[in-house]
Design a protein around this ligand. Structure first.
Ligand code: NIG
Ligand code: FE
Length: 416
């Protein structure tokens, strides 16, 4: 019996989320469920999907590790498509400042916020970042995440940005989860460049980006396009250059102020535009037209006590919406998928089906991998999660608690 050869059979609901590209608008409601379903994985790749009786008719069970999923629901692994999980130091005191009424941007102006984590990340050794990273990845796995996107952005200098990306590269080798790397060198303006933001963008373009490209250290380039951080023009300049160099694009867009980040994402053909709390109707329309995934991060809105992004309006307008945690040490220190599902369903008026689509196939599309993960389809990676209840409907119903029982990554049982 080879490693990576496994059959999961008798699933009450095999929630396939079938599809090879982002689901837009009303398509998000169709989860393509097979009752009494089975899935066969060989060498880590899905080989067959169907009714248990039919699948068992066609194959020899003895050649596989067999998992009986009677009374369980079986789903694709979740894709957490927006996180900042590599950082040194914590900012618990800032959380308390926020509780007493201080705004996130005020803390940032005082030299706290992202810059605080920059200090901690510069000080942290590679080994410390790897050790913390492993713990965080293990925790994500307990929530059923099988692929995670991770951003740099707590260096804002050559050495530390590269260090963060190298740490993620190493973690990708030693941990079962797949890590998609994003370069977010323009995450904040470092102290020494205050008032010289354009020069900082030049520095990123001339000094850091070429090295990252040459060493293939990141697949995506991202920027925090926000009032008092980087303007639309500066964002356009950096992202256009990254695109020219063959990188894919993401944008932290229209989070606190309506700047036109969504419009810029559409103009540049970004893979995703993220946050979007303040996105304009016109911006949303453009995301639909240009097939940009709208990645919503309700944990951040919750933690910052902001209004939620207009998920209902976006989906009704035909958008492909993804959900992610935005796990980071400041605005949203959580890797909890159940929390995100609770917020999306109870506060953003998303249906359970839409929330699951947003965390599976649309999450995969947000990291340009809808052709290999995000659904239970023949030819995709065997990334499967067995949930303890017979129906996916229990997932939001069991509020804030993980229903994950077993995680299978590339056909191998990695969490039980
Ligand atoms: O996505 N918005 C900017 N960046 C992060 C926050 C990072 C931090 O506070 O450390 C975000 O929310
Ligand atoms: Fe973020």
């Amino acid at each position: 019996m080879n490693e990576g050869n496994i059959i999961i059979k008798n699933a009450s609901e095999l929630v396939t989320c079938s599809g090879f590209k982002a689901k837009k608008g009303s398509e998000m409601n169709n989860l393509h469920i097979i009752e009494d379903g089975a899935v066969v994985i060989e060498d880590g790749i899905i080989k067959a999907v169907g009714k248990t009786a039919q699948i068992l008719d066609e194959i020899d069970e003895n050649k596989y590790e067999v998992i009986d999923a009677s009374n369980k629901s079986v789903l694709p692994g979740f894709v957490d498509s927006h996180t900042h999980f590599i950082f040194g130091g914590y900012r618990a005191e800032e959380f308390n400042w926020r509780l007493s009424g201080m705004q996130y941007m005020e803390i940032m102006k005082k030299g706290g916020g992202i810059i605080n984590s920059v200090r901690g990340t510069k000080e942290a050794t590679r080994e410390e970042l790897i050790e913390e990273g492993l713990k965080r990845l293990n925790s994500m796995m307990t929530f059923g995440v099988t692929t995670v996107e991770g951003k740099s952005g707590y260096g804002l200098d050559y050495e530390t940005e590269i260090k963060q990306l190298e740490v993620m590269k190493e973690l990708n080798k030693i941990h079962p989860l797949d890590i998609v790397k994003t370069f977010l060198g323009a995450h904040a303006v470092p102290e020494e460049y205050k008032g010289r933001e354009d020069e900082f963008i030049d520095f990123i373009i001339d000094r850091v980006l070429p090295e990252i490209k040459e060493r293939n250290l990141a697949e995506f380039c991202d920027i925090f396009c926000e009032k008092n951080v980087f303007s639309v023009e500066q964002s356009r300049r950096l992202l256009s250059k990254a695109k020219e160099m063959g990188m894919k694009l993401k944008i932290h867009a229209d989070e606190i102020v309506q700047l036109g980040g969504a419009e810029l994402a559409a103009e540049l053909g970004a893979v995703s535009a993220d946050h979007l709390l303040q996105a304009s109707d016109e911006g949303i329309k453009k995301l639909v037209e240009k097939d940009v995934v709208a990645t919503l991060l309700p944990g951040t809105a919750f933690s910052l006590k902001e209004d939620y992004a207009r998920a209902r309006y976006m989906i009704d307008s035909g958008c492909a919406v993804a959900l992610a945690t935005d796990f980071n040490p400041g605005s949203c220190f959580t890797e909890s998928i159940p929390l995100i599902i609770a917020l999306a369903t109870l506060y953003m008026n998303m249906t359970t089906e839409e929330a699951i689509t947003a965390l599976t196939i649309n999450g995969a599309a947000a990291v340009s991998r809808a052709d290999e993960i995000g659904s239970i389809d023949v030819g995709k990676k065997g990334d499967i999660v067995i949930h303890e209840f017979p129906s996916y409907k229990y997932i939001p119903y069991h509020i804030g608690v993980s229903t994950v029982e077993k995680v299978i990554k590339n056909g191998i049982l990695v969490y039980d």
